[in-house]
Design a protein around this ligand. Structure first.
Ligand SMILES: C[S@@+](CC[C@H](N)C(=O)[O-])C[C@H]1O[C@@H](n2cnc3c(N)ncnc32)[C@H](O)[C@@H]1O
Length: 404
């Protein structure tokens, strides 16, 4: 906790516009001012304050936060200059996590400014950050979200996202160095590397707009475990709704997760995962099934990458999955996916009882907590006299594993 009586650290969001008088005066009476050199240079008069530059070649943000904490506890008057809205993917969180009290004066976030520069509203956009963290989740989200803004970083540069968004058919913009004299806003075919940092990448779906009453992407579809006739399929070869319900619960598909559906058939599991916002790769060896799967994907208006090939060989080179559904392909596939460090959840659907124990063992050997259940659903079917009979569906065993 902050020492009793210590004044809150004042965090000022810089967005290229000048400071109002009360913040200019807070700066002049500060004893310690931290921030990126470009922000320190831009604010001008900081009175007699010590300057603490942060960024490449200077202090790291964690060091600066620690110094702020000590200075604030010693009764100093501390100011932090940060970009945009410091409470939005910014330094307010890091300061609060060390117990420092904060008073923040946000500027316009780089995301709001970027959408402003291209003249678009953004309440229906989802913002993802790859700044200072692994890019996999942001990439998985960017592949599927209809309207997305990406905060990039040196380890996850704009190039990565421009490429992924273009392949997903999005209208792409890169907005570089907002508020600086070399600010640049480029879209469409003008959008070519190199991209100056910092920058924000925007991906939009032409014609897709507006949830109408709240911001962000819709995380939950309007129904799941859809009936089999929601999917074109051959000879009843489609995962039954009751099995899909449990499989979805165990796979936990959501925005930011990459999911493989191996032996995807008509693609019912893949499509349902995509409806929850996951980035999905469906692997299927039969070309005719792949055509059917693609028709099902477009019928449901989702994005699923379809890979034609026999697993496990066809799995080499695919982006790493967070969760995998194995509907076909045998124990070789189970062994492969259980051995991948990225796999946190695996669900294996088995008709043959002989494969249950080896599948469980493979998962257990790779550190998964494993459970199995045989599902025997009997559906009520109406008879002509108005009574019902029970119609059994084929039993399926689901083996599922989870590891942290
Ligand atoms: C740690 S986040 C801070 C976001 C900030 N709190 C905001 O509201 O804009 C850093 C990322 O914000 C974006 N960003 C910050 N300042 C920017 C600027 N002047 N021009 C373009 N993007 C900027 C970049 O994606 C950068 O990597």
């Amino acid at each position: 906790m902050t020492a009793a009586g210590a004044a809150p650290v004042v965090v000022i969001g810089c967005d290229g516009r000048g400071l109002p008088p009360h913040l200019a005066s807070a700066l002049r009476s500060a004893t310690l001012v931290a921030g990126a050199p470009r922000h320190l240079a831009a604010v001008g008069d900081v009175g007699a304050a010590r300057l603490l530059p942060v960024g490449a070649g200077a202090s790291s943000w964690p060091d600066a936060v620690a110094q702020m904490r000590s200075a604030a506890a010693a009764g100093e008057s501390c100011v932090v200059l940060a970009s945009g809205d410091p409470g939005f993917f910014g330094v307010v969180r890091s300061l609060r996590e060390t117990g420092v009290q904060v008073r923040s004066w946000p500027g316009a976030s780089s995301v709001a400014q970027a959408f402003g520069r291209i003249g678009r509203s953004w309440e229906d956009a989802t913002v993802v950050s790859a700044h200072g963290r692994p890019a996999a989740a942001a990439l998985a989200a960017a592949r599927v979200l209809a309207k997305v803004a990406v905060l990039t970083g040196p380890q996850a540069p704009a190039e990565l996202f421009v490429d992924v968004l273009r392949r997903a058919g999005r209208e792409v913009w890169v907005v570089e160095r907002l508020g600086e004299s070399d600010e640049r806003v480029r879209g469409g075919s003008d959008c070519v590397p190199p991209y100056a940092e910092p920058n924000v990448v925007l991906g939009l779906t032409p014609g897709d707009d507006d949830l109408g009453w709240r911001s962000g992407a819709d995380p939950v579809p309007d129904g799941w475990a859809l009936p089999e006739d929601a999917f074109e399929h051959r000879d009843s070869m489609v995962t039954k709704a009751e099995v899909r319900a449990l499989a979805l619960a165990r796979l936990a598909p959501r925005i930011g997760q990459t999911i493989w559906d191996v032996g995807a058939g008509s693609g019912s599991v893949a499509i349902e995962c995509a409806r929850f916002g996951a980035d999905v790769v469906a692997v299927e060896r039969d070309g005719e099934q792949c055509d059917r799967l693609r028709r099902n994907v477009s019928r449901h208006g989702v994005q699923v990458e379809v890979v034609t090939g026999a697993a496990p060989d066809a799995l080499a080179g695919l982006r790493s999955p967070h969760a995998v559904y194995v509907g076909g392909g045998g124990l070789g596939v189970v062994e492969h996916v259980a051995g991948l460090a990225s796999t946190r959840r695996a669900v294996i659907a088995l008709a043959a009882p002989e494969r249950v124990a080896p599948s469980m063992q493979l998962l257990q050997r790779n550190g998964f907590e494993v459970e199995g259940v045989q599902l025997n659903a009997a559906r009520l079917r109406a008879l002509p006299d108005g009574s019902h009979r029970l119609a059994a569906t084929n039993p399926v065993t689901l083996v599922s594993g989870v590891r942290s």
